[in-house]
Design a protein around this ligand. Structure first.
Ligand code: URA
Length: 424
């Protein structure tokens, strides 16, 4: 086969065959197709799209580029969740042990943050001693001990995606729905879960800014999962404002522990319980109510086992930033808008996120919210607290927040927390 013919076919709006797709993905992974050729093909896909069959073949080719995990030795069903990422989205932290406490195994491979959204591994690494890198045997051991494991994906899982994602990042081809859907789903299917719940975020703080784009991505991923034999369902959820009251690694761990202790902000609790119910239903596990497992301490017990089994100390104090700066309400009235993207960028500039993937993160840095959109505030009262190790970071974080919130006489429009549910 000739790579130029494949590029020309897609450039001219044609459909690629299963053989062409399997060949080009494999040849690219082996280095027989050059980066500049794959860039041209990725751009042709971004501009001209792929149909359902092509996307499924592309996903399969990426799965076939590496290993596939197998949990058949476990005696209970497996369930996983993937979020497309947002500001203050710490849901995996309470959710994984909660679902484990209700009877399903949760083998979750997660990532680190890049840009204004945080990564689950960065959050968990703020717990002293906790380790993200586990061998397959260690992963199985943690699953057996705690029912849930959250760790980094090894290099053997979908290596084609790893190479292609790095290329897309520098060639303006990240935003293609067929490429995003196949990238996410190749890793999730290779991870070997029996069921999957997708949390597709919508709004300024999300990858997908509009409901239409989010719906298209969710539908594409649900179809891919279903076609691959994974019971898959998606929720479209709000990311026009931050989730919960804490944005930043250790701050989000502390908020997650509050949820596991039966407290925590209402939106985090509602989404955690809803996603848990969806995961248990998709896995076919009946009987235990997630809301009850948060109240009776069994989810907290699973959390403590999971953290300890990965070397962490669940009782150790969490890192705190050395400096803080309070942003006060400019007027009395209703906080009608608090923009997720502005808060995410502020937290990132405070040191909670990284600019290049090799940068370290500051575990204590971030933003604490004292009010949520819809709350009444009084002029001069704290609205947000910024946390950073270095006070020189405050001016740029404050600049990110300029125009990012409104206090007025009337409440503003907001997306419902759970916008829609998408099934095959
Ligand atoms: N996350 C992924 O894993 N892949 C994409 O393409 C986008 C987000």
């Amino acid at each position: 086969m000739n790579v130029i013919d494949v590029i020309l076919a897609k450039r001219d709006g044609g459909e690629l065959s299963a053989e062409e797709i399997g060949w080009v993905v494999d040849a690219y992974t082996r280095g027989a197709v050059a980066d500049e050729q794959m860039s041209a093909l990725a751009m042709a896909i971004l501009l001209n799209g792929m149909n359902r069959r092509e996307i499924a073949d592309w996903t399969q080719a990426m799965i076939d580029s590496g290993e596939r995990m197998d949990w058949s030795a476990l005696d209970r069903p497996t369930a996983d969740k993937h979020s497309t990422g947002g500001v203050g989205d710490k849901i995996t932290l309470p959710l994984a042990p909660l679902v484990a406490a209700c009877g399903a195994y949760v083998p979750q491979l997660s990532g680190r943050g890049l840009g204004h959204t945080g990564g689950t591994l960065d959050k968990l690494e703020s717990i002293p001693g906790w380790r993200a890198s586990l061998s397959d045997d260690e992963m199985l051991g943690v699953l057996r001990a705690a029912g849930a494991v959250v760790c980094a994906a090894g290099g053997g899982l979908a290596p084609a995606d790893k190479k292609l994602y790095a290329l897309r990042d520098v060639t303006g081809t990240v935003e293609s729905i067929p490429l995003i859907a196949s990238s996410i789903m190749s890793k999730k299917i290779a991870e070997g879960t029996g069921s999957l719940v997708l949390d597709v975020k919508v709004g300024s703080g999300a990858f997908m800014k509009t409901e239409d784009r989010a719906r298209e991505l969710a539908t594409t991923m649900v179809e891919l999962g279903t076609d691959a034999g994974v019971r898959t369902v998606a929720l479209l959820t709000a990311m026009d404002r931050p989730l919960g009251l804490a944005v930043g690694n250790a701050l989000e761990v502390a908020e997650s522990v509050e949820v596991l202790a039966g407290g925590g902000p209402a939106d985090v609790v509602e989404l955690t319980v809803r996603l848990a119910r969806e995961m248990l239903e998709a896995a076919g596990v009946e009987g235990r109510d997630p809301a009850q497992a948060l109240k009776d301490g069994s989810a907290m017990d699973a959390w403590r086992r999971m953290i300890s089994a990965q070397g962490g100390d669940p009782d150790a104090p969490l890192p705190r930033a050395a400096e803080s700066e309070v942003v006060t309400a400019p007027a009395s009235g209703v906080l009608s808008r608090l923009d997720a993207h502005a808060v995410g960028v502020a937290a990132w500039r405070l040191g909670a996120g990284r600019e290049r993937k090799e940068d370290p993160v500051s575990f204590g840095a971030g933003v604490t919210l004292h009010a949520k959109p819809g709350d009444t505030v009084r002029q001069g009262e704290p609205l947000l607290t910024l946390h950073a190790d270095d006070p020189a970071r405050f001016p740029r974080a404050l600049a990110a927040l300029e125009g990012g919130y409104t206090v007025g006489a009337a409440d503003g429009d907001r997306l419902p927390l759970i916008i829609d549910r998408i099934t095959a």
